[in-house]
Design a binder for this molecule. Structure first.
Ligand code: PRP
Length: 213
């Protein structure tokens, strides 16, 4: 008998594209398309329950094994880390982490310790450690673009998709930090326990992604 799997899906930006992919894989996602206030949805024609969650929680649920699978951005994976298998680049949700500064400012032209604002302090720390550069990191929760405008920071490390937000706020990217896209992650125990079920899901996804590449 086929075991019912549970997948944690990142709400928001990645949700629609994930649902489109699942539908192309033959999964009826009607319950997820009309979620109401419900957070868990059983798919009617495939042994899968979909849990809608915030990105960092997707990792927490998969790591703890209460969800077997997860769809989450590489940005969250890089920031939060964790023990799970990252099995597939889903190709959507493409953007990048970049270091950005006020347009025209000479970020590297001073010896004083730079202040960097970011929602992603771990990604920022790793980036500057690799360069051997000592920086002060300030964690910001909301629109991090404000920090250099308000002269709180010399630069920011943030997600850049179209570049419009930077441009409209007088900032410019000066260096790429990492490429980002949505990833399929799998709990390590589930991978062994539900090998057949996970293989079926994975091969459907791979077939679909391959066809669209
Ligand atoms: C992200 C990021 C930038 C913006 C970049 O924020 O923090 O502000 O998108 O996109 P662009 O290059 O296309 O302008 P998001 O809209 O995800 O909101 P958040 O602050 O809730 O993360």
């Amino acid at each position: 008998m086929s075991e019912r799997l549970r997948i944690a899906l990142t709400k928001g930006r990645l949700q629609e594209k994930s649902v489109k992919l699942f539908e192309a894989m033959g999964l009826d996602c009607a319950p997820v398309r009309n979620p109401g206030r419900r957070l868990i949805h059983a798919l009617p024609n495939y042994p899968l329950d979909v849990v809608l969650a915030k990105a960092p929680d997707v990792i927490t649920y998969v790591e703890h094994g209460v969800c077997d699978l997860g769809v989450v951005g590489k940005d969250t994976i890089l920031e939060k880390g964790g023990a799970f298998y990252e099995v597939l680049d889903l190709g959507f949700g493409r953007c990048r982490f970049a270091l950005a500064v006020k347009k025209g400012s000479d970020f590297y032209g001073t010896y004083k310790t730079r202040r960097i604002a970011s929602k992603y302090p771990n990604v920022t720390r790793a980036f500057f450690e690799k360069k051997g550069m000592d920086v002060d990191i300030i964690k910001i929760e909301g629109s991090v673009e404000l920090a250099p405008i308000l002269d709180l920071a010399d630069g920011i490390v943030d997600i850049v998709e179209t570049g419009a937000t930077l441009k409209e706020n007088g900032l410019e990217p000066i260096e790429d930090v990492a490429q980002v896209s949505a990833r399929l992650i799998v709990n390590t125990a589930s991978m062994k326990l539900y090998k057949n079920e996970i293989t079926d899901f994975l091969s459907r996804a791979e077939r679909e992604l391959g066809g669209n590449a």
